[in-house]
Design a protein around this ligand. Structure first.
Ligand code: AMP
Length: 354
């Protein structure tokens, strides 16, 4: 009998994991993080997010024999611990330090330069729990500075991410590096272009393999990086399926959700093959629009969540062997004006390719 999988979390990532599971015959149950049901002893427990509420139910899950990846999930959700382990492994990140009680902005500018970010050690993501501190603005540091890291602002050329999975036998497979555009710290568009970053692929894979090996990790992990010249600096590691891997639903023979389940179950994990170029557009803070479906290539994933400004409500994948076709669809896609920059960013890259 197939070993059941329980996923802590009932958001879109859990939903897409369970959809992928249904298709390949894996049994996936979603657990409500606020009051999780305790799964049977034979169940493998994974998470849709590394941030979950601390309550008796989640503590009990952490102690369950099927709880997967205790090392990664104890260390990585805390930015201080994440940065420390990356330093120990000599994996390059943005320069950082831990602010001390009596540190003023000027003290940190001395170490980190004229522009740095304070990032809360726990709970902050998608640009939340972050403060940008510029020397020219004489910012007073908030009192949460001692529960944060301070990190130099990087003048990157672009942002890329590597998504890959490690199996129970330690073998890893990866998707090609994805290029990502963020608006105010939140991903708006991802592009997977087959050869754009092939010169960096091996280096990126070696970096993520080193970390996954060290943590004895099983399943899918994402490594977000700044690209500066030809150097990759790790921004953040996510021990889970990742927004910048959503394009794999249309752009690869095995999508990231399926790959995560295969890894957990010890099922075959051949190297996924990609289908040329794919674009993914995040639908942030929008109401459902049936006009998206008038674009023939638009593959819509709608999460059916209550509407909130800025919230991830769904995404659209655009995949075609001809990049120009993707560019045409992207032009046609009805999106609000605050997507103009993200769209122009993607169109420029697609036209370069075509
Ligand atoms: P994070 O929540 O840390 O993943 O950050 C979200 C986004 O904010 C990143 O993808 C970048 O666009 C931007 N960002 C975060 N850290 C830095 C940094 N040290 N330098 C420049 N931009 C950053």
């Amino acid at each position: 009998m197939t070993q059941p999988i329980a996923i802590l979390g009932m958001g879109q990532l859990g939903w897409m994991l369970s959809r992928a599971g249904e298709r390949i015959g894996a049994s996936v149950q979603l657990l409500d993080p606020d009051a999780p049901e305790q799964p049977g002893p034979n169940t493998l427990i994974s998470v849709e997010s590394e941030h979950w509420p601390d309550n008796p139910g989640t503590r009990q899950l952490r102690a369950h024999p099927g709880w997967q990846n205790p090392n990664a999930l104890d260390i990585l959700p805390n930015r201080i611990q994440q940065k420390t382990v990356l330093d120990e492994l000599q994996l390059p990140t943005a320069p950082w330090c831990r602010p001390k009680d009596d540190d003023q902005a000027k003290d940190l500018h001395q170490t980190l330069g004229p522009d740095f970010l304070l990032k809360r050690a726990r709970g902050g993501y998608d640009g939340r729990g972050q403060l940008r501190v510029k020397e020219s603005e004489a910012t007073a540091l908030p009192n949460w500075k001692t529960e944060a890291i301070a990190e130099s602002a990087i003048g990157f050329d672009t942002e890329v991410s590597l998504v890959g999975a490690r199996g129970r036998d330690g073998r890893c497979v990866f998707y090609p590096l994805t290029e990502n555009y963020h608006r105010q710290g939140v991903l708006t568009v991802s592009l997977s272009q087959p050869t754009r970053f092939s010169a960096l692929q091996r280096t990126a894979e070696t970096m993520l393999t080193k970390l996954m090996d060290h943590l004895d990790y099983v399943g899918l992990m994402a490594m977000e990086c700044f690209l500066v010249g030809d150097k990759l600096l790790i921004n953040e590691i996510a021990p889970r399926v990742h927004n910048s891997g959503h394009w794999t639903q249309e752009g690869a023979t095995i999508c990231q959700f399926e790959l995560h389940l295969r890894a957990l179950l010890g099922w075959p994990m051949p190297q996924p093959e990609t289908r040329g170029t794919t674009a993914m557009v995040n639908l942030l803070g929008m109401e459902h629009q049936r006009e998206w479906l008038a674009v023939t290539g638009a593959r819509l994933y709608w999460y059916n969540k209550a509407h909130r400004p800025g919230r991830k409500m769904g995404h659209i994948n655009l995949q075609h062997p001809e990049p120009q076709r993707i560019a045409d669809w992207l032009r046609e896609l009805p999106l609000p004006a605050d997507y103009d920059e993200s769209r122009a960013w993607a169109l420029e890259r697609l036209s370069f390719e075509g």
